[in-house]
Design a protein around this ligand. Structure first.
Ligand code: MF3
Ligand code: CO
Ligand code: CO
Length: 264
């Protein structure tokens, strides 16, 4: 999300709140697992959106993006140089396209928000490296998500790794607090300085969702009011997990089938 949130309180959730968050996160991850085999050259982003929409409803949940601030679809699908908030439509996937699918469900009043990269057919070596670096940057952010650290430590871990790989971090969008609200305090920046920002405390729920560009970091919004693209039309990638801070580290609520992330 975007917008200033520094003036808002960060909710400290109870231990009991972890249970419904775990369920919402698991459903978002399940949607992302489910849609993987459908991502092939020829299918349109609108068709992928419909499949996700039906699946979410069939699991007693609501797709949070639909009608959110006027967003017209149930998922965000962002291809190649689209950074985020791509609107599904009649664009058919072509061999070599790389795309982010971002799912947010509302299950029993709690939000589950996660996104991953997919490839239609065979991606270029450069695109594959961008995807791998973006995922690794998310892991490094998650590794910094523990009590005693600050939000700036998360951003710093992501930024230093991405820039060491000669890619750039998008500044115009960030992660966010989440729970019974979709976008809550704080803004979770994917860049920053060690020791900056609010202290991480057990019971904080938020997303980490770095957007990484192969070229320059600047973005612009298309005339539809949503689609964010790289200004230089370079490729962009993103992964998003939703986590809860625990006494010792964090819990990742949105793990994929078979995904293991060390959280101390
Ligand atoms: N899921 C996105 C996020 O990670 C937000 C999408 S808002 C929408 O915060 F309106 F574009 F769907
Ligand atoms: Co999010
Ligand atoms: Co999301």
């Amino acid at each position: 999300m975007d917008g200033a949130a520094e003036d808002r309180q960060i909710t400290i959730h109870t231990k009991a709140d972890f249970a419904p968050m775990r369920e919402a996160g698991a459903l978002a991850a399940e949607v992302l697992d489910m849609i993987g085999p459908h991502v092939r050259p020829g299918i349109t982003t609108g068709e992928l959106d419909t499949i996700c929409h039906e699946y979410i409803l069939a699991h007693n949940a609501i797709p949070a993006p639909l009608n959110y601030r006027g967003f017209p679809k149930s998922t965000c699908i962002s291809i190649n140089h689209v950074v985020c908030h791509g609107i599904p439509g009649d664009r058919a996937l072509m061999d070599g396209d790389v795309l982010n699918i971002d799912i947010t469900v509302i299950l029993n009043g709690w939000h589950g928000d996660s996104s991953r990269m997919y490839v239609a057919g065979t991606a270029s070596t450069k695109a594959k490296r961008l995807i791998d670096v973006t995922y690794e940057s998310l892991l490094r952010g998650i590794a910094a998500a523990k009590p005693g650290n600050r939000f700036g430590d998360i951003g710093h871990a992501i930024q230093t790794y991405v820039e060491s790989q000669r890619f750039t971090v998008v500044r115009d969008f960030c992660g966010h607090g989440i729970g019974q609200r979709f976008h809550a305090a704080p803004n979770v920046l994917h860049f920053g300085r060690k020791g900056d920002g609010p202290l991480l405390r057990p019971g904080m729920f938020f997303t980490i969702e770095p957007m990484v560009n192969a070229g320059r970091p600047e973005v612009k919004i298309l005339d539809d009011g949503w689609t964010a693209v790289t200004r230089d039309r370079s490729l962009s990638a993103q992964f998003e997990h939703m986590i809860g801070i625990t006494e010792t580290g964090c819990e990742v609520f949105t793990l994929a089938a078979g995904e293991r992330i060390p959280t101390t």
